[in-house]
Design a protein around this ligand. Sequence first.
Ligand SMILES: [Zn+2]
Length: 123
Amino acid sequence: MKTDILNLVELQKLDREISSVLKNAFEVEKKSKEKTLLRKLNGMRKTRLDLVQTLDTLIAKRYEKLRGHKGESTAVVPVIKGICQGCFIGVSTATYAEIQRKDVAATCDHCGRFIYYSEFSAS
Ligand SMILES: [Zn+2]
């Protein structure tokens, strides 16, 4: 079973895909691709719903709040070399240890975004 934080990462990825499909759908509105896109969109929304249901209610609510009404904000960010990629401020040692366990949906001490451990370097 996946942990909340991994599901959050997945949820954010899906939300971005949905936004881009929606954007596409408007652009090809009058074209024949529309039905295929809408079907794809419905499938994605169903997946999204399933994903949200795996999350703790409070975590799901917090995610939506962080994301903003139009999905304009990034709610889930990686921490690279101890630095939150949302606010670019170092996280505390305790928080860093917490995210390395990868089984909790930890939040940044400074900006409050959900954070996850990433071994990739920033460059
Ligand atoms: Zn931060």
